[in-house]
Design a protein around this ligand. Sequence first.
Ligand SMILES: Cc1cc2nc3c(=O)[nH]c(=O)nc-3n(C[C@H](O)[C@H](O)[C@H](O)COP(=O)(O)OP(=O)(O)OC[C@H]3O[C@@H](n4cnc5c(N)ncnc54)[C@H](O)[C@@H]3O)c2cc1C
Length: 415
Amino acid sequence: MTSDSEGVVVVGGGQAGFSVVSTLRAAGYVGPVTLFADEPHLPYQRPPLSKKAHTEAADLSVSLVPESFYAERDIELRLGDDVVAVDPAARTVRTRGGRSVTYAHLVLATGARNRPLPVPGADLAGVHALRSLDDALAVGRALTTARDVVVVGGGFIGLELAQVARAHGARVTVVELADRLLSRALSAEVEPHVRERHEQAGVRIRTGTSVLALEGSGRVERVVTSDAVLPADLVVYGIGAAPRDELARAAGLAVDDGVLVDEQLRSVSDPRVFAVGDCARHPHPHADGPVRLESVQNATDQGALVGRRLAGQPPARYESLPWFWSDQGAVKLQIAGLRAPSDDVRLCVGDVPERLAAYAFRGGLLAAVETLNWPAEHLAARRLLERRTPVSADDLAGTTLGALARARRAAEVRA
Ligand SMILES: Cc1cc2nc3c(=O)[nH]c(=O)nc-3n(C[C@H](O)[C@H](O)[C@H](O)COP(=O)(O)OP(=O)(O)OC[C@H]3O[C@@H](n4cnc5c(N)ncnc54)[C@H](O)[C@@H]3O)c2cc1C
């Protein structure tokens, strides 16, 4: 067993962990930096995994940076080396390989894992989850021969994959337990438009339907649902993710569906420990209570905030505007802000039929915006929401955010 001098130890080599270590060096931190990543691959981005089919790792240029980036910045990158225990009193982490590293500060960036499919037959060949690069390669290879694909879960990842499978010429059915698609993330007002576009692309959608069993001899051959038996030679499921907070829990840190952190992303139990990305539950000025967000924006911005702080910059609150995108075939869905279930949502149809925006008002003011195939309106929303520019429903009557912002700028110039 070895012992290293103190520095920053980051557990988890995903989008958030990478953001921490790259920001530390960019901000001038000179102490030791160690990044533990349990996967064998260089830190990579996940969004491309569900938006195209890939059969060879070489097809996928998903690495965030080349390997030389880490060596050049004296970042010790420990691939395939998972941390199995944290001892906050001794300020050490222990790896599966038996190495013990002492830290001045620890950042947990352990991400989330897919919820398992809790039905008989989920372990048959031909049944896949989609989270890691290795999952994506397995799904990509299966798609080269699959004829009947059943996607379990009508969330972002499932719907993206459904379009990828259609592009491969497969018959595709999405089975969703809730009575609509994207029920947690998207307003009920926009959902029918997303559904219609998937159906127009030939995806069959069965909402309000539960999967009871997967059947086949050795390989999956059919999916038994609450109202039909569907032929299937490939099943991909995406039924939500759970934070990987077990290290923190075992270390005695406060955890509640995510590592509990304060507005500076510091563990509420230990000021030397931070948590960022999918694994962190944090206060946010746009939310009523602590939230856990799963997005590239959140992972990147949180990692950068902690990286700057540990490099010696003044502590700052995490207040970045949440935003998100999902590319589902011809549908580009973008969300700015956090919509609450009680928000008043108004739809606005764009100047061309593919475009749509939904404005969510809370207390009479714009709080979140969902757009379909309308990147300019999404960007206008981000700018206005980031600056906390008040926009009321009356301001937006008969116009768009882009036009409103232009009109306000012109008025400022005239004044
Ligand atoms: C298929 C897919 C498509 C997506 N598409 C989009 C999209 O279009 N837009 C968007 O905004 N977001 C998207 N997301 C979400 C986004 O990728 C995540 O929110 C983001 O990757 C979170 O970053 P993270 O670093 O917190 O977690 P992760 O990227 O999950 O990285 C955490 C890493 O830590 C490792 N780890 C865990 N425990 C340990 C340990 N004990 N020791 C060492 N290593 C450990 C994990 O194996 C993992 O590699 C997508 C996610 C998936 C899975």
